[in-house]
Design a protein around this ligand. Sequence first.
Ligand code: PHE
Length: 449
Amino acid sequence: MSEQKRDGFTSGLGFVLAVMGSAIGLGNVWRFPHMTGSNGGGAFVLVYLLIVFLIGAPLLLTEFVIGRHGQRNAIDSYGAISPKFRWLGYLGAFTSFPLLAYYIVVGGWVLFYLVESIMGSLTALPGDQVGAFFGGFIGQVKQPLVYTAVFMALTFFIVVQGIARGIERWNKILMPLLVIILIILALRSMSLPGALEGIKWYLTPDFSKIDINTVIAALGQAFFSLSVGLCGMVTYGSYLSKKENLSRSVLVVAAADTAVALLAGFVIFPALFSFGVTPTAGPVLIFITLPQVFAQMPLGVVWSVFFYILLLFASLTSAISVMELFITCAVEKMNISRTKASIGYSIVVFLLAIPVSLGYGVWSHITLFGKNFLDMYDYYCANISNPLTALMCSILIGWVWGKKGAMAELTNDGTIDNAFTRAWFPIVKWVAPVAVGVIWLNSVGLLKF
Ligand code: PHE
């Protein structure tokens, strides 16, 4: 039981930084560009923006409200409102495994690029060989797995020492630096020859390209990027004091998260059109585009080293939040020590990451519905499990808990009132269940538009 004293966030700023650390990561810099690339550019961006603010942000708020109300691990926080919804906590804890498993593989790729940047070999590559270079790396058995293991180990060390929230303080300095470096890269990318085509493609929505698949992809991306639907934010909310202004924190986080994703697009797409990389390259997209941008910059080595350090940090603070949610459940529910839980969890996640990594090499022939392991894990997390959890959260709040209790928690007993808090409940009760429900049924193939 959670009789033992739980430590919490000592300040509102600490909380916002931690949530931002969780939200901003590979989802913005890696996943957003490749999703945009594969789903038609501007049309996807438009649908994405609408979903982030109309559905994603309100649902992020549901997680905070549930967590702060419960003041316990995700499973018991759901249970505090209705025991019938405890399974959402279990589902989140379960889904954290595949999610972290592919996250650490991509984190390993970032680490590899950092090392190669430091050695100067990345920026020395001729543009037309970057794809082959990266393909050669991920196609191997051992090397990418070593990097994956190192990324997992870094996450492990931070979580096991319980210093995640100490690390998050670095966000205050490193996140703004990430934004600055992205702006500089975007300016370079946008001034490359032929860049204008890319900017147009990125910003002009071609409405004929919007279909249910665009919407499914945008919803998955919104949830993934905002860390919604994994219960990680229930966990963070549970460490929060009753004084915090939840609605304001959510808006700040959603705005910052979206800004970073959009910026990453301004780096990738102009460059991509300039260098003739195809936008539909998938998960490898940023890895074959970015080195070519660095190679075109004075002091490219320095920029790329800085950039990969910052991206690595941003990904670690996201990975921490995924792991932390499971560890909090394990420590409070199963009564095992933080260290034991962390060791066991890291080992299982690493084992699950092995097929993901091999899926780009010796196991590339193994596919399900045309998806390799990374795409399978990713689809399960972002399009099946996370939306289902978010959908159930909205039903729990809108239909089970009801307006009175939920609004009292959200507004700190009526002391906070703004347009967002007023719009929140009707969105959670009506809009989110219908919209997410319909999209989810399509994702799992039960409904076909
Ligand atoms: N939001 C993180 C990112 O964009 C990933 C994440 C998803 C973290 C779900 C926690 C929960 O990189």
